[in-house]
Ligand binder design. Structure first.
Ligand code: MG
Length: 199
């Protein structure tokens, strides 16, 4: 769309990205593929975003290694805090709210819409930021709607807080905008055609 920011397009242009620690770009950018370099650490945008529509395509390795959470794991973290899980969930059992398309450890997807490993898949994400009062109390939850490969998998769900691996998620007041972050979970997951519209 004409009002979109292209975060990663058809050329291997990594200029919109940096490492999570603010160091230079350290993943692989070849042609139109942005790929995790295992143990390089998470990657984030230099620009910060709030309410947004995000389109992102992803592909887990064609050669299947590992199982459960160890198979094609990555994640799309809105505001660097709220994880939409990326996982090879094609005939790969794991806990329900940890599969592809889950809001990790919060909401399972409405359906498993995964394509086989090695095929490109898309997420279309509509995200509303959480609101906080001046005294840091939560005013309204973050909300997210997601379609995977055109199939609705998250329907305007309320997030419980920032992604929490173990324990109860909670909100802590943060800025109205924050970088988009992609997770290095030590698997060679690729991304392409990433664009975002600020709403
Ligand atoms: Mg993940």
């Amino acid at each position: 769309p004409s009002d979109a920011v292209i975060l990663f397009g058809t050329a291997a242009d990594s200029s919109k990205w940096e490492s999570k620690t603010g160091k230079p770009f350290n993943w692989s950018a070849v042609d139109n593929n942005l790929t995790v370099v295992p143990f390089a650490g998470d990657l984030r945008t230099k620009q910060s975003f709030g309410d947004c529509q995000l389109h992102i395509e992803w592909r887990t390795p064609a050669e299947v290694k590992g199982d459960g959470q160890g198979r094609g794991n990555s994640g799309v973290f809105l505001m660097s805090l709220y994880e939409l899980q990326v996982l090879d969930s094609y005939k790969n059992l794991t806990y329900s709210n940890g599969q592809a398309g889950s809001i990790y450890k919060q909401h399972m997807p409405l359906v498993n819409a995964c394509r086989p490993p090695g095929e490109w898949q898309s997420y279309d994400i509509y995200f509303t930021v959480p609101q906080f009062y001046a005294d840091s109390m939560l005013r309204s939850d973050a909300r997210i709607t997601v379609a995977q490969n055109g199939v609705l998998i998250q329907n305007n769900v309320e997030l419980w807080g920032a992604m929490q691996f173990i324990g109860v998620p909670k909100y802590e007041k943060h800025d109205a905008k924050a970088p988009l972050l992609l997770q290095d979970h030590h698997n060679n997951v690729s991304f392409r055609n990433i664009w975002i519209r600020e709403l």
